[in-house]
Ligand binder design. Structure first.
Ligand SMILES: [Zn+2]
Length: 330
């Protein structure tokens, strides 16, 4: 049993409180390899932003949970070495059952998500309550979910949105004791968040996705004032990356994300955590494809992972400054 406090990590309680009061959101960036972790820490140290290092169950399978935990421990030391002791949370994304959450708590994670959103309302409460009771013994914070996001991300798949019902949130939060709540207001997992048919076009023919349901968010805020809200599936799918990928041999179709202005607006509300995964995947793939195309003679992985890491770092810094408003808040 390892407690995250020994590793220099923090849970999400204090940083969410500050984010709520300061009207910004904490970035939750997914990682499963060293270059992503380095880019996240470099960007967040330079921008002086608190950060949530997020591990999905797919990442656990890919990279091994023990290695990822040591990497997070390394991230704490790395940040200090870079000159800033920023708050770093190690968070399990979409824990599917009690066992995986317990395993992460026992291994040094400082925060876990139990995603019971695909169960019945009563079963979601019971499962979430059980995780909260366990995690809180070790001061690990817990994120629950009400409502279901459309899209695909690792093992999490759903065809349609089920928007969060504001009338359920008060009851859910009080019965489970969760520390934060992921809601569904129109964000979605993956790089294909909307079909072109769901979008309108502006005067230049650029696709405009349907707006987020801020009315639902506001209704939720009224029922649980001051309570930290989480948005999953909040990549913006920068079109310059999609174009680079397709220019250099890729084949991404209909890749549409959430406009950054909408996320900026959400970050100023009770939304205290915004999950961004797909944008990092796109930035890295675009950079690697470009390097491969421009330098076919290169074969040292550092020659293509190095520039990819730089591109990722630029993306993360941009998110902290221009989208989440978390820059300067560490
Ligand atoms: Zn998610």
């Amino acid at each position: 049993m390892v407690n995250y406090k020994e590793l220099g990590l923090v849970n999400s309680r204090e940083i969410f409180k500050k984010a709520f009061e300061g009207k910004y959101a904490i970035p939750a960036f997914n990682f499963n390899n060293m270059e992503q972790m380095q880019a996240i820490i470099q960007a967040c140290v330079e921008e002086s932003s608190p950060v949530i290092l997020q591990v999905s169950s797919g990442a656990r399978k890919y990279a091994n949970q023990t290695l990822l935990r040591y990497m997070a421990q390394g991230a704490v030391e790395y940040a200090k070495e870079l000159g800033k002791n920023i708050p770093i949370v190690l968070h399990l994304d979409h824990g599917a059952d009690f066992e995986i959450c317990k395993s992460c708590v026992d291994m040094g994670f400082s925060s876990v998500m139990i995603d019971g959103s695909h169960h019945s309302y009563e079963d979601n409460i019971a499962l979430t309550r059980k995780v909260v009771e366990y995690a809180h013994q070790y001061d690990v914070t817990v994120e629950g979910e009400l409502g279901v996001l459309a899209g695909i991300e690792d093992d999490v798949v759903a065809e349609h949105h089920t928007y969060t019902q504001p009338e359920e949130v008060e009851d859910f939060v009080s019965k489970t004791g969760v520390d934060s709540l992921a809601i569904s207001i129109g964000t979605s997992h993956g790089a294909n968040k909307f079909t072109p048919a769901q979008c309108t076009r502006d005067e230049n023919g650029v696709l405009i996705p349907p707006p987020l349901r801020f009315d639902i968010l506001e209704a939720i805020e009224k029922r649980i004032p001051g309570f930290p809200i989480v948005l999953h599936g909040s990549s913006s799918v920068p079109q310059q990356y999609v174009e680079l990928i397709n220019k250099y041999g890729g084949n991404l179709k209909d890749s549409i994300g959430i406009p950054e202005e909408e996320l900026r607006r959400a970050a100023k509300s009770a939304v205290c955590k915004i999950n961004i995964d797909s944008d990092g995947r796109l930035a890295m793939t675009a950079s690697i494809r470009e390097t491969f195309a421009l330098h076919p003679e290169w074969f040292d992985p550092r020659q293509y992972l190095g520039p990819a890491r730089e591109e990722l770092k630029k993306l993360y810094a941009h998110k902290c400054v221009a989208v989440l408003g978390s820059a300067g808040k560490a």
